[in-house]
Write a protein that binds this ligand. Structure first.
Ligand code: ZN
Length: 201
């Protein structure tokens, strides 16, 4: 396979990178390259002290995310959710969220307090969990990513007002990095995404 599918080159992308708005496609197979990719994603997540990371946050078009509630490889469990489906939302709870694609920005989001997730792990085993607390929130936040939804989209109107300036700053920064050639143009991004989709979808 070409260098288009090289886990070593993966980096966390930030708002408003177009892949964050893309609907991720279900994963049809798991191989050594996907395992390497997921290992690299855990490294990137731990470097940023994150608790969850969706595939499209590292510019991949695939429907999976990783999580570790302790943000530490020595603690808690490393979880991989492939093709997650959420159901049975119960209750509502407001909490502060952050996102590795919006570094150092935080905002309050109301979400179901409990949720069921069905997915597959890296060994192809079915996951069927009833979640609450932090993991319920991570799973909802990351599944949103796979549908192109950012947590700021779920904030109240007043909440969004409070982050509007910060989002503008991210957009200005993104535009200037693109002008400098640090971020590929849309056509090059798409070519790379299609190479990954051909392999896994
Ligand atoms: Zn996020």
């Amino acid at each position: 396979m070409s260098t288009l599918c090289d886990p070593a080159t993966l980096q966390i992308i930030t708002h408003p990178h177009p892949t964050l708005r893309r609907i991720s496609k279900p994963v049809r197979r798991v191989d050594a390259l996907l395992r390497d990719t997921i290992r690299r994603m855990f490294e990137l997540m731990y470097e940023s002290r994150g608790v969850g990371l969706a595939a499209n946050q590292v510019d991949l078009p695939l429907r999976f995310f990783i999580a570790n509630t302790k943000a530490d490889p020595a603690e808690a469990e490393e979880l991989v959710f492939i093709n997650p489906v959420l159901s049975r939302p119960k209750g509502l709870e407001e909490a502060e969220e952050g996102c590795l694609s919006l570094p150092e920005l935080y905002g309050h989001v109301t979400r179901p307090k409990r949720i069921r997730v069905n997915a597959y792990n890296l060994n192809g085993q079915e996951i069927n969990m009833e979640l609450d607390g932090l993991l319920a929130r991570i799973v909802q936040h990351e599944t949103d990513h796979l549908d192109g939804i950012m947590y700021t989209d779920r904030m109240t109107t007043t909440g969004r007002l409070s982050v509007a300036e910060a989002l503008d700053d991210f957009e200005t920064d993104f535009a200037s990095r693109r002008q400098l050639g640090e971020i590929p143009n849309d056509a090059d991004i798409e070519t790379r995404l299609i190479a990954w989709e051909r392999r896994y979808c």
